[in-house]
Design a protein around this ligand. Sequence first.
Ligand code: MTE
Length: 414
Amino acid sequence: MKHKSTDRAKDDVSHADSRGRRRFLAATTAVAATLAGGLTDLWGDEGREPGVPMRPYGERSTFEKAARKSSRPGPLSGTGSTLTPLESLYGIITPSALHFERHHSGVPMIDPDKHELLIHGLVEKPLVFKMEEIKRFPSVSRIYFLECSGSGAGEYQGDPAPTPQQTAGLMSCSEWTGVPLSTLLREAGVKPSAKWVLAEGGDASRNARSIPLEKVMDDVLVAYGQNGEAVRPEQGYPIRLIVPGWEGNINVKWLQRLHVLDQPAMTRDESADYDDLLANGKSYRFSFVMEAKSIVTRPAGGQHLAGAGAYEITGLAWSGRARVAAVEISADGGKNWRKAELQQPVLKNAAVRFRLPWNWDGNEAVIGSRCTDESGYVQPTHEQIIAARGTHARFHYNGIKWWRLQKSGELTYA
Ligand code: MTE
């Protein structure tokens, strides 16, 4: 039966809600009728063969196909990056098997029994830790996002990515477990002249980055756990640094050495690379923080809507500067904005899931999200970023991403 208020409520979120509920109720009634009519069929022997055997290590259903995609293969095998399929995820945690990868020289296979971590430089006593010694220190588990500063780089050069995975898939979020780096440094005794810590990875690239001591003593983790099990080889097994809210490159994987210094080491990775070129030809010396960003993951580019009616607009927001305060959604290219609901808990330096019930009237729509964090920073538009940094920049792209929904139900980038 067509309800009178249905037409009036076309654009009204709460009405979209109740319409959805009515449809659900109608479907439930239909199931009840089927049950009453054909109970014996359901109790028959068909489809009662024993299932597959149990497995020592779980796998997802063979019907699930979400996969990492390669974004830019490097010159050597195993180098380059793969992207997380953000549009296929629920909640805020990225399954470890779908965590994005960025390797400068492939994934080293490290035997944890042989791995050691050296702390030296401006310390009272240089120390070498074995893995079993690191695990004896009091540990913490924290949910943090990790984003490569190259995420969305193509958008600078007027090459808009067609799906959430392709524009923002260099961002993932995990629960990391490990020892605060401050604990290990206190064990070694930091000298008063110390100001920076150089962290070096044990892969062939020896990716090495200098971190201000203040940040190190605040919240940096030496992580050996990821989503309840050991850190994956691709993520830095057996140990990696997690530097909450800061650009991916500084989260050194396969961590083998910490050199305590009185100034930054100015390694290749922090001088020739990973610096932000500005429109005036100058560049920032360091740009550590990943600023507020958000992306609608459904409905989004590469997807198709079956027809007008009730949908949920959902996506992810994050900020390395402060907690996410609000996410607004527009379905008309930015003329009108509505506040989305933020899924609790909203944690500092973690991804935040946002949602908004929406009723599509069948006309063309342009859908996007805008994140504001508790420092008052508002996610900029694409035009604002280009005005500030020009089109030669490669890092820290966080512009609002728009998806165009056509009358046919097809979604592309706007
Ligand atoms: N650490 C080492 N030792 N070697 C690397 O190639 N890549 C860095 C960083 N740490 C890298 C590294 C870069 S550029 C990023 S974005 C993150 O690790 C990616 O972490 P992930 O592969 O776990 O997603």
